[in-house]
Design a protein around this ligand. Structure first.
Ligand SMILES: Cc1cc2nc3c(=O)[nH]c(=O)nc-3n(C[C@H](O)[C@H](O)[C@H](O)COP(=O)(O)OP(=O)(O)OC[C@H]3O[C@@H](n4cnc5c(N)ncnc54)[C@H](O)[C@@H]3O)c2cc1C
Length: 435
């Protein structure tokens, strides 16, 4: 079957790999210069199979309001609030009212994450070159008694859901991460021993090369301009290549859009999926939830994290990626504002120094901002769209790197009319139609 994949982020490229392995002829289009240059570029690097949870938690509205006005609160909303932001907040608040929905989504995310862990084992073979991937566990560190209580409650939920985890005393936390010698208080830690890390951007680029060597055609600098929708099926798309920049600074005239015929479309366009799906009659409530990261070279490996540590107080993740460290934080509703305020980076630096002083000079680190493609409840949109030949694999929010390998395989199963490996009910793309 000829399959057109829209988007070359980690989700699109893992999907391409799954489909080419199954014998399909795959074309991937993306307006950027290469793979994984949008949200998959510099995320926190965690493959947190035991640590996935829905966005719309029952206590999220209260927590968000509490942290909104503090410099250190992770949740931010840029003013004035846009209609899109308000609509997303209202939908999120509505989803967060249902404990049943939260519990069901949580279990479904954990099931997909566990399947993804399994799929990653096979996927780690093809990419040539290191993506600094490892499975040395994820640890969330409590900084006071209230954090301890919150993490112990989390541990009870993980117990109930059968997720492998361990509770660590302050001494055990420091044994686990001997570089953690900063002044930040430690009152305990929750560790997921089987969780992993890795550079999502490097992984995706390597996997894209492996896909190409198996015949996948990547059309970069190329965007979908319009759909050819007839008799309820997508027959093809008009795609347009961006003009080349010349050295003299002059641009080529844009080339006319060309027609790309296809049997099947898989939409993997992250935050852009909403606009791309609208002409198809689909209303996808995906919102770009902004975050920031700093990536720096490690000066002293003995003082650096060995794996990934989440500071419960700052809500900042600190992840070892080979000889680099990445510090990531904030959950901000700012539409598509790509600005990187210095005060956000300052909080990331403070959080890191309070745990791992002397490990890296984050003054020299590379700043980045990206947008989590978030649905109002949290689970992705994974499954058939209204058109008979449209599949969606988008809206993975906070956990797209973690869930990519599993959800790509699920798309292959749906396309080949096999029973999906996980229960897809909480991921149904049409679940917001009447919300
Ligand atoms: C700060 C931050 C930290 C994060 N940390 C983690 C983490 O630790 N672990 C984890 O699992 N996840 C994490 N995430 C989430 C994860 O990065 C995302 O869920 C994931 O990258 C989404 O991948 P994607 O392929 O769906 O989207 P993207 O990577 O955004 O890819 C979508 C692609 O679609 C393309 N596109 C856009 N318009 C068009 C068009 N018209 N035609 C064709 N293509 C188009 C874009 O150019 C882009 O390349 C984090 C995200 C952020 C922002």
């Amino acid at each position: 079957m000829n399959v057109l994949i829209v988007g070359a982020g980690v989700v699109g490229v893992t999907t391409a790999w799954s489909l080419v392995q199954r014998g399909h002829r795959v074309t991937v289009v993306d307006p950027l210069e290469g793979a994984a240059l949008e949200t998959s570029r510099a995320n926190a690097g965690q493959r947190s199979y035991g640590y996935v949870y829905p966005w719309a938690a029952p206590d999220m509205v209260g927590k968000a309001l509490k942290g909104l006005f503090s410099k250190y609160g992770p949740f931010k909303i840029t003013t004035p609030w846009s209609p899109r932001t308000l609509q997303f907040l209202a939908m999120t608040a509505r989803c967060s009212l249902s404990h049943h929905r939260y519990n069901q989504s949580h279990a479904a995310l954990l099931e997909l994450a566990e399947y993804s862990r399994h799929c990653f084992q096979a996927l780690e073979e093809p990419p040539e070159g290191s993506f600094d991937g490892q499975h040395e566990g994820l640890m969330e560190v409590a900084n006071d008694q209230a954090a301890c209580t919150a993490l112990r409650q989390k541990a009870q939920v993980l117990d109930r859901l059968g997720v492998d985890h361990e509770w660590l005393s302050p001494e055990a936390v420091r044994q686990q991460e001997p570089g953690m010698q900063g002044p930040g208080p430690v009152t305990g830690g929750l560790r997921m021993p089987g969780d992993g890390t890795g550079d999502c951007h490097r992984f995706t680029q390597a996997l894209a090369r492996a896909c190409e060597s198996r015949g996948v055609e990547f059309q970069y600098r190329t965007a979908i301009k319009d759909w050819d929708l007839r008799d309820g099926r997508i027959r093809g798309a008009w795609v347009q290549r961006a003009p080349e920049e010349h050295r003299a600074g002059k641009k080529e005239a844009p080339s006319p859009a060309h027609y790309q015929e296809t049997d099947q479309v898989v939409l993997c366009a992250g935050c852009a999926s909403r606009d791309l799906a609208r002409p198809l009659g689909l209303s996808l409530p995906i919102y770009p939830v902004k975050g920031y990261s700093l990536t720096g070279t490690i000066d002293d490996p003995a003082k650096a994290p060995l794996s990934t540590v989440v500071d419960h107080g700052y809500k900042v993740a600190m992840t070892r990626l080979g000889n680099r460290v990445r510090v990531t934080g904030f959950v901000e509703l700012a539409d598509f504002n790509r600005g990187i305020p210095a005060r956000r980076l300052q909080v990331l630096r403070e959080a890191f120094t309070s745990r791992f002083p002397g490990a890296a000079d984050l003054g020299q680190a590379e700043p980045w901002t990206g947008f989590r493609p978030m649905t109002p409840d949290g689970p992705a949109l994974l499954g058939w769209g209204r058109q008979g030949n449209l599949l969606l694999n988008t809206g993975h929010g906070t956990f797209g790197w973690t869930l990519s390998a599993g959800s790509a395989e699920v798309i292959g199963q749906l396309l080949d009319e096999e029973t999906p490996a996980v229960d897809l009910a909480p991921f149904r793309p049409e679940r917001f139609d009447r919300a």
